[in-house]
Structure formats: C-alpha cells, structure tokens
Design a protein around this ligand. Structure first.
Ligand code: HDE
Length: 704
C-alpha cells in the first residue's frame, strides 16, 4: 500500500512542500514559509491551503465530495463560455476617444457634437460576420465596424460595417441570409466562407443582394488591416436640432492611413501563416503608440434631395455617391488603448442600434427598424441578464437614474423605499421634456400589410455603378472572386443563375465569369423589375486603388537577413522606416538571430518559415553571400521571394540576393525589384514603397 505523503509534485517533477508557492522573476517556483498578503482564496473568500491536489481518501483512493474548493474551481471553469454572437462572432476591440471638430448645432442637439475639441470616450469592435469565434481573420467577408461613444447623454452605438450597403432590404430575411452563409446544419462546414452552394443559392434567388455582392467580391472584403478600411453606418439616419428640425444623414468613417487590401492568394496564405493577422496588427499598432485614426464624415441631405434622388434613401442596398453629396468631416476617432481583458470588454460589449442620444434619430429604413428590435434580444441571450448594462464596458459613463431593479446579477439597486414614480416624496429621477430624447414627429399612414416599396425595385443599377467605378485591376479581382466562389458550388444551376444576374450588371463581367467557369452556354439575363440604368457615372470614391496611401506610414517591411548581413545598410533601412512611421520584422534562418557584418548580434523576429512574405507590405533581401548560399536550397526562402513578386510587392535586394530570384522562377526583374547597393539607395526605396504595389506587374503575374 502506498504511503500518504505531505508532498506534491510540480510538473517539473520537483517536490514541493505544503507551503505557499511564489514565482521568481525567471518564472521558477520558490517555496515561501511566510504567509502572504495575497493568499489565494475561494470565490467566497476562504484562504486556500493546497491548489495542487484534490481532497481524497488515501494517496490512491477516491475523491471526496466535501472538497468545496475543487468543486467551486471546476464548476466555474465549466461555465467560462458564454454563447458566441450569432453573427460577428470573431471580433477585436479597442478603446479610444471621439473628438468633435466643430459645433454641429445647426443640425443636431446631440450634446457631444456641440463643442469643438471636446473628447468623448469610445470603444470599437471590428469583426468578421460568418465565421465562429475561433475562425481566421482573412476570410472573404464583410467586416463589422461597431462604435460605442459614451456621451454625457447616454451611449451612442453606431453599429456599422466596412461596406456601405447590405444584402437584403428587409430584416425578416436576415435569418435566411445568415443560415445560408454559415456552415451547413448537417456537416457543420464550411467554416467562415461564402464559397459554397447554400450561400450562392440564396444569393442567386435574392436579386436585391447584387449591389452588396459586387462589394463582397471586391478586395474590400479582404482588408489588409482594420486600420486601413472605411466604416459606414449604412442606413439613413436623422439628425434633429434644438428646434426638432430634421436633416437626413449617412455616417462614414474614413481611415487616416487610407485604404488597403490584400489579394485573395495572399489572404489564403495569411490565414495559414497567422490566423490572427488583423488582431495582431491592431494590438501591435496600439501597443507601439501608432494609434489608428478615422475621420467621421457625414452626408447631409433634406427631404427635397430624398424625393429627387434616383433611389429611395430608405433602401439599405443603395449608396448616395460621394460625388453627389460630399461628405463633411465632423470629428475624429482615435484608438489608443487595448482592453485589459478580452472577455470582460471585447466579448461582453453589447452594441445596440437602438442606443442613440437626443439629436440622433432613426429613419424608416426597414432593415434599421428590424435591427432596432433585434439587438436587445441578442444581448439578453448572450449576456444572460437584463442587467447587462451593469457590466462596466456597457455602462454609461454619464450620470444615470431609473427605477429598474432586480433580475440576475443586479449590481446597482435602488436605495430606500421609493422605486416608482410619480411619487409624493419628491424622491428619485423625473422625466425631462427638454433634455430627454424626442423622436421626429413624422406623420405615418398607410395600409397595414407585408409590403416592399416599388422604389426599392432597382437591384442592378448601383451594382453596375460600383463595378464601372473600379480600376481594371479591381474589376479583374471581382471577376476572379466570382469565379473562385462559384467554382466551389457543386450545382451548375446556381452558377448559371448568378451569371444571369451578372448579365444585368456588366456584359463583359458576365462573359468573363461564364468563360472562366466553363459554362456550356450563356444563360438569359435574369428578369429585372427595372432595367439597369446605363447613365450612372463612375464614382472614383468607390475604388481602393484610387484611394490608397502615397506613403509607407503604418505599413510593415519584412527584412530577410543572414549571418554577415551588412550592418550599416540594415541600420539605414531601419532608420528610414522609423522616419517614415513604418515598422519592420527581421526574418532569419534561425530565431536566435544573426551575427551581422560588424560582428554585432541581432535577434530575429521570425524564423524564415514563420515569416512568409505575405505577412508584409514589402520585403528587403539583405543576406550575405555565404548566407544566401545556404538559403538557396530552402523552399521557404524561394517562396518568400516568389510570393512577394507574384503579389506585386516591391522587393529591395543586395547583390548577394540576386541568385534567389532565378531560383524563385523570376527571370524578368522589373522596376519593382530595387537594388540596394548601399545606404544611398535607401531613401528612394522607402519612398517607392509608398505605392504599396507595382500594379504594372499584374498582367505578368495575374495575382488574382
Ligand atoms: Fe447586425 N447583428 N443585424 N448588422 N451587426 C448583430 O448583435 C442583425 C446588420 C452588425 O461587434 C447581433 O450583439 C439583424 C447590418 C455588427 O458586437 C444581432 C440584422 C449591419 C455587429 C444582429 C442585422 C450590421 C452585429 C449579433 C438585419 C451593418 C457586431 C450579436 C436587419 C450596418 C457588433 C450582437 C459587435 C451584430 C442582428 C444586419 C452590423 C444578432 C436582425 C445591416 C457590426 O443582434
């Protein structure tokens, strides 16, 4: 029989006596004999003597049920998860502030928009829509762009996306759309992707989705980073001033660092190399003090414009082109702090379209109205109590007072006997007709029926306008994305039906896709309730390439180094990047780093197979001759260069690196391959990187 012992074993096998344990600075476990102020306790506050061994009968006997510490610990662990969001499950948030540029009193009485320079705390959560919480970041998908601004008149939640239109015109279709795009109920796949039958079946039977489809098949759906994408409130809202006069408004967030997306071939590889690519990007930017920033711009218009506009301003599948109403900047959003705890803040944050301060009101957009109904339910389901507003991330940061009470997890409870009003005791809060929220007193009348307005009937004209607003490169990407997605559909009828819609958008696009799919014969154009307008002019604001940055600021260079790398050149590149507000990573054959030409030891950020070039906006190859000889036979080194070239990236290189191009199958080194013969070449190289890609190379490499 084994003897009972008063000792336990740590994972390293060392014997540790029944005493408090402490971690040393190197992580080693120390034994301490003194009692500590921070003694571990149970959730009830009882001090814990042993957190390593459960209570049992004899050393090899059964556990006993009066081990309340074990029971409580495991019970709590078993309940750590809350339901993930039905949509937008994978997300990442950050704190910051909104700063008002100038008083907007003419249009709104919203308090936080009255004083120039006023800063209001904010929290933002970016997300993908279709994938579950643990899915990868670079799915082809819409990105959520949900902003909570903690105003002195309550929280304003602008729960938007990075695409200004939506798939459907009526909220009642939302469950169908989401069921269709998410994994099939029997197989439970595919995860986080739209390239499958059920999604395209639904889409092909829902012509109102065609405008959105153009956006989702464009590079907008594979952004390089949250920092380089726009955000949109999507719906038309109202602003109401002190006289309750209404102005219609559409909200847009414009990234200070301009727009940038990756290519599909990159996205696929990034998902393998770093599934947390977008999270890491935001984390690193904020942690290194490079605070992402967006300008809030508004498109303002009155009833007269709404009546005269080609489309219905209540239709969420339509935009108002920026060339038609120029967006006006009204403030900026800066993200400057990561949450201390992901669960407490990012997972528990509860956005609701219903959260508007006095001075911001809804329009009758049926999608917005449906959302206003939905978001409260979802929070109750997910957070489990009507008291989810007591959680710090959701609580208003202004004084608040009401008579709501009790319920699960009630943290703020009325004091004293009065929990109603009116009351005779002059106790507790009262309504304020002047300060309080007032809805726009619109006059509504009509038959009570399930209707879709005629003014929502044009499903193709703006889809066409989006397509013709793209550069040729971007148009090719749309055709390639459609081809890729439809090639994953097993049912030929679905492919044909989608092409029949494309015929109503752009003839050349439809034929290219049909040809790429190997469609046996061209289908007839889909029946359209309204013929596609051919007269809508291109809107340059819709192209990413036309609205890209002119500088490398905020971007990252991947620098390949080996033992013997020219230390002076490396320093020059690093200094120039610092000056340009850009960052870099050093990629080396071993993670331990390299010994540079000046014999200095330089640690690496990535071993070469952990730092493929898809993770960087551009690359520099700075190996020594000896280092290159070793790398030449490594597949990862060849891929590093081959991918950078195929993705139209700029490649700086020293003479020693030249053989790698041939090994990577690149015979024709073009203008995007820039020789770095010494520090004098560095300035020009970094300036060129501002173009991000050498688009002229596209026809050669066909990176779509
Ligand atoms: Fe959402 N949406 N949605 N949505 N949505 C949710 O709320 C819903 C729609 C958007 O980071 C859910 O808290 C309906 C459009 C974002 O926490 C849920 C309809 C737009 C987020 C919900 C829509 C959005 C959500 C799931 C059809 C862009 C993530 C979890 C009318 C303007 C917020 C949750 C975050 C989340 C319902 C359509 C944006 C189920 C019924 C259009 C950014 O309530």
């Amino acid at each position: 029989m084994a003897k009972a012992t008063k000792t336990s074993r740590s994972s390293g096998g060392a014997k540790i006596h029944e005493q408090n344990l402490q971690r040393g600075s190197g992580g080693e476990l120390h034994q301490t004999t003194a009692d500590r102020a921070d003694t571990m306790t149970t959730a009830q506050g009882g001090p814990v003597a042993d957190d390593q061994n459960s209570l049992r009968v004899g050393p090899r006997g059964p556990l006993v049920i009066d081990d309340f510490h074990f029971r409580e610990k495991i019970f709590h662990f078993d309940h750590e998860r809350i339901p993930e969001r039905v949509v937008h499950a994978r997300g990442y948030g950050a704190h910051g502030f909104f700063e008002t540029y100038k008083p907007l009193s003419k249009y709104t009485r919203a308090d936080f928009l009255q004083r120039a320079g006023e800063k209001t705390p904010a929290f933002v959560r970016f997300s993908t829509v279709a994938g579950s919480k643990g899915s990868f970041d670079l799915a082809r998908d819409v990105r959520g762009f949900a902003v909570k601004i903690y105003t002195q008149e309550g929280n304003w939640d602008l729960v938007g996306n990075n695409i200004p239109v939506f798939f459907i015109q009526d909220a009642i279709k939302f469950p169908d759309l989401v069921h269709a795009v998410k994994e099939d109920p029997d197989s439970a796949f595919p995860q986080a992707q739209s390239a499958h039958d059920t999604f395209w079946d639904f889409i092909s039977l829902t012509p109102e989705s065609m405008h959105m489809i153009m956006w989702v098949m464009s590079d907008r759906a594979i952004p390089r980073s949250f920092r380089f994408m726009e955000g949109f409130g999507v719906h038309t809202f109202r602003l109401l001033n002190a006289k309750d006069e209404s102005t219609f408004v559409k909200f847009h967030w414009k990234p200070k660092l301009n727009l940038q997306s990756v290519a599909w071939n990159e996205a696929v590889k990034i998902n393998g190399a770093d599934p947390d690519y977008h999270r890491r990007d935001l984390w690193e930017a904020i942690k290194t003090g490079n605070f992402p920033e967006w300008e809030l711009q508004v498109q303002l218009f009155d009833q007269k414009f709404a009546d005269e506009f080609e489309f219905d301003v209540l239709d969420p599948t339509k935009i108002i082109p920026e060339e038609q109403i120029k967006p006006m900047p009204i403030g900026r959003l800066v993200l400057n702090r990561m949450p201390d705890n992901f669960f407490a803040e990012t997972e528990q944050v509860a956005f609701m379209t219903q959260n508007v301060p006095p001075g911001i009101d809804f329009s009758n957009d049926p999608l917005l109205q449906g959302r206003n109904f939905s978001y409260l339910d979802t929070q109750l389901k997910r957070l489990g109590s009507p008291n989810f507003t007591h959680i710090p991330i959701n609580a208003p940061k202004c004084p608040f007072a009401h008579f709501q009470q009790d319920g699960h997890m009630a943290m703020r409870n009325p004091v004293g006997p009065i929990n109603y009003q009116p009351n005779s005791f002059d106790t507790g809060p009262r309504e304020s007709p002047t300060r309080g929220f007032r809805a726009f007193p619109d006059v509504e009348a009509g038959p009570k029926a399930r209707l879709r307005p005629e003014s929502f009937a044009d499903h193709y004209s703006q889809a066409r306008q989006f397509f013709i607003s793209q550069t040729e490169i971007e148009q090719n990407h749309i055709a390639a994305a459609l081809t890729f997605e439809l090639s994953k559909c097993k049912l030929p009828v679905i492919r044909e039906r989608v092409v029949s819609h494309l015929l109503n958008i752009d003839d050349r696009l439809a034929h290219t896709v049909a040809d790429n799919l190997g469609l046996p014969k061209m289908p007839k154009p889909a029946d359209a309730a309204v013929p596609t307008r051919q007269d809508l002019p291109p809107s340059p604001a819709l192209s990413i390439v036309e609205n890209g940055p002119q500088r490398f600021e905020g971007r990252k260079l991947g620098i390949l180094v080996t033992d013997g790398t020219d230390a002076a050149l490396l320093k020059a590149v690093q200094n120039a990047l610092k000056k340009a507000g850009a960052s870099w990573e050093l990629i080396a054959p071993k993670i331990g780093g390299i010994t540079a030409s000046d014999k200095s030891h330089i640690p690496a950020d990535q071993k070469i197979d952990g730092g493929p070039s898809v993770l960087y906006d551009a690359v520099a190859l700075l190996p020594s001759e000896a280092g290159m000889a070793d790398l030449l036979n490594e597949a990862t080194a060849r891929d590093f260069v081959a991918d950078a070239f195929s993705h139209c990236k700029f490649i700086g290189y020293v003479a020693a690196a030249q053989p790698l191009f041939a090994k990577a199958g690149i015979d024709d080194m073009d203008d995007g391959c820039i020789a770095l013969s010494g520090a004098k070449d560095v300035k020009g190289f970094i300036e060129t990187l501002g173009n991000l890609r050498l688009w002229d190379r596209e026809p050669v490499v066909k990176m779509e």
